[in-house]
Design a protein. Structure first.
Ligand SMILES: NC(=O)c1ccc[n+]([C@@H]2O[C@H](COP(=O)([O-])OP(=O)(O)OC[C@H]3O[C@@H](n4cnc5c(N)ncnc54)[C@H](OP(=O)(O)O)[C@@H]3O)[C@@H](O)[C@H]2O)c1
Length: 340
């Protein structure tokens, strides 16, 4: 059984779900995958837990629950310095998303690369700000960067797209990439709510942030679209290349008219000759026409035609499970390279 040494930065919903999955699946990881994840460092906003032999995750989850932090104060030491001081194979980055600066995740990922660690992240911020630079830095340092949890939570949209296009030519992508807006549009449709009423309901159910503008104005979908396209086609788009229209202007009358025609309004991110995010009419029986907090992405390939993947777009356990998928891939890549 091969040990993978892990430094985990960010210990909120996703980070704690990952720790729980490590505990739950310890035996399965060893028996099925021949892997023993060994978490040697956890950092949250104010605290630090570190043990070179491996941390007691049960104890740390309990401590976080009781005290709000994972361990002793990290004082003035920047996270980047702490990350570089660990001897981890992989950094798992699950701090909050910041689309403007990419921080603090961006500095964490760069520090890991400089220390020759691979990185798995669920954080879209650093990818939105510096996708190409980070991919290049990973290559330069001979390590790997994976981020399947950043697009679609637990739904393996990036892996699926990669499989679809292997040996074929990807000619287009269309998708519902934001669960919040899909929840809102579905509720407008099912309960005859106005946009404002449906937004309030989404906030009440925990599907929308107090400031939901990044979701409803389409920016979150655009970032995910750019990540998918750049990853699958090795292009260098940024969010500025996406023409974005959100769902604020969608009225009950629009939704009802669509329903009467056997159609539905969904916020569709698409990439063909150009990149766009906009509310569009789609057929109710289109396999991409999902309802509620779901994502659906359609890949158009030259020879094999259209393929659709559908799944929940977020969730702590779902996203943690994507992180594990990425870690297994990195473990295999490192092993194939003969470095571990
Ligand atoms: N939740 C989901 O369903 C989901 C799905 C897909 C992607 N994501 C992405 O995954 C990331 C994590 O999401 P989440 O829901 O787990 O967020 P969360 O519950 O808010 O947790 C964020 C964690 O990051 C820590 N943190 C904040 N600033 C930090 C800093 N400067 N240094 C070290 N740690 C810091 C926080 O520390 P404290 O605990 O001390 O405050 C907290 O533990 C986000 O980027 C999110 O967009 C989440």
């Amino acid at each position: 059984v091969q040990t993978l040494r892990i430094a985990l930065v960010g210990f909120g919903v996703v980070g704690q779900s990952l720790a729980k999955l490590f505990l739950l699946k310890e035996q399965e990881f060893a028996n099925v995958y021949g892997m023993k994840p060994n978490v040697i460092c956890i950092i949250d906003r104010n605290g630090l837990a570190m043990d070179d032999k491996g941390l007691n995750l049960r104890g740390i989850l309990e401590k976080k629950r009781r005290t709000g932090t994972v361990g002793r104060s990290k004082g003035e030491k920047p996270n980047a310095v702490i990350i570089k001081s660990t001897d981890a194979d992989v950094l798992v980055e699950t701090t909050p998303t910041n689309f403007k600066s990419g921080e603090p995740g961006l500095s964490h990922i760069k520090a890991a690369f400089q220390a020759k660690m691979s990185v798995v992240t669920a954080n879209k911020g650093p990818l939105a700000v510096a996708f190409q630079a980070l991919m290049e830095l990973a290559r330069h340092n001979n390590v790997f960067l994976r981020f399947s949890g950043a697009v679609g939570g637990g739904t393996p949209i990036l892996d699926f797209g990669k499989s679809c296009s292997r040996g074929d030519t990807l000619i287009g992508i269309e998708g519902i990439l934001n669960s919040t807006t899909n929840f809102i549009l579905t509720n407008m449709e099912r309960q005859n709510l106005s946009f404002e009423e449906a937004l309030k309901s989404a906030q009440k159910h925990g599907y929308a942030e107090a400031d939901p503008s990044l979701d409803i104005d389409g920016f979150d979908s655009a970032v995910k679209l750019v990540i998918i396209v750049n990853y699958l086609t090795k292009r260098a788009f940024t969010v500025r290349d996406v023409k974005i229209t959100g769902i604020r202007e969608v009225s009950i009358a629009d939704v009802q008219r669509a329903r009467d025609k056997g159609k539905a309004i969904r916020l569709i991110a698409s990439a063909n000759e150009r990149l766009s995010v906009e509310p569009r009419l789609i057929d109710r029986d289109d396999p991409m026409c999902v309802s509620g907090p779901y994502n659906a992405v359609k890949f158009f390939c030259k020879n094999s035609g259209e393929k659709v993947i559908v799944g929940k777009g977020a969730g702590g356990m779902e996203t943690a499970s994507s992180i594990i998928r990425d870690m297994l891939e990195i473990r295999d890549l490192l092993a194939g390279r003969g470095l571990t």
